[in-house]
Design a protein around this ligand. Structure first.
Ligand SMILES: [Zn+2]
Length: 216
């Protein structure tokens, strides 16, 4: 039985999270690595060394806690489309080579994110993190390799609540990201929306996590 004190959090920037969280590494080699983590260069970065990213990923791959490449992706609020795309594709190829799921940062770029994923890493799982664009939920779900991860916006965004109704439980994850709410509040809100008990939701998301991130 799943312990409700030990909720799965698919993406957080809180290094000392008390949840069973995939922590986004911001420093390359912190003295103490969290039990589970992801590494990748965010599309807003424009100062990076591609080869170094590759080397770092291979080094991190010696740790069992390295569960995903991310967050990576495309964000049309930044005026650097070409650089973003080059970086995204490079990291998609890394994910494919290392057989890791991808935590996707996508802002107004779903079609392109999907196209490039299908082209360069089609056998990996694409986790659309911080999903809050209710109007495209159907399009995202049409892509069989996608998983949708929802954060605390669900507490305040009625359209997103309607979108969550449409997401099958086996394709859903929940996260804190940079948020300040307790993860349990997001779990409670989604359990209401989906009309399932908190316990059942927790167990399902736990199974999803194990299936997608292949950890033990
Ligand atoms: Zn994040």
């Amino acid at each position: 039985m799943t312990d409700l004190e030990d909720l799965f959090d698919s993406h957080t920037h809180h290094f000392d999270s008390k949840n069973r969280a995939i922590v986004q590494l911001t420093e390359l080699f912190p003295d103490k690595l969290p039990p589970f983590f992801s590494f990748g260069v965010h599309p807003k970065e424009n100062d990076f060394d591609m080869e170094e990213i590759g080397k770092t990923c291979f080094r991190l791959n010696e740790y069992k806690g390295f569960l995903a490449i991310g967050e990576i992706g495309l964000d049309n609020r930044y005026d650097s489309a070409e650089v973003q795309e080059e970086l995204y594709v490079y990291q998609l190829k890394l994910a494919s080579e290392l057989s890791k799921p991808i935590i996707l940062h996508c802002v107004n770029s779903w079609d392109r994110c999907r196209f490039l994923h299908e082209k360069h890493a089609p056998e990996t799982t694409l986790i659309y993190h911080g999903f809050n664009k209710a109007s495209i939920v159907k399009q995202v779900l049409e892509y069989p390799r996608s998983i949708i991860s929802i954060g605390e916006s669900v507490l305040s965004n009625p359209k997103l609540r309607l979108a969550v109704e449409q997401i099958p439980l086996h394709r859903l994850l929940l996260e804190t990201d940079m948020g300040n709410h307790e993860l349990i509040d997001t779990y409670k809100s989604v359990s209401e929306i989906k009309s399932v008990s908190l316990r059942a939701l927790t167990e399902q998301l736990d199974q999803n996590a194990k299936r997608i991130f292949k950890y033990d």
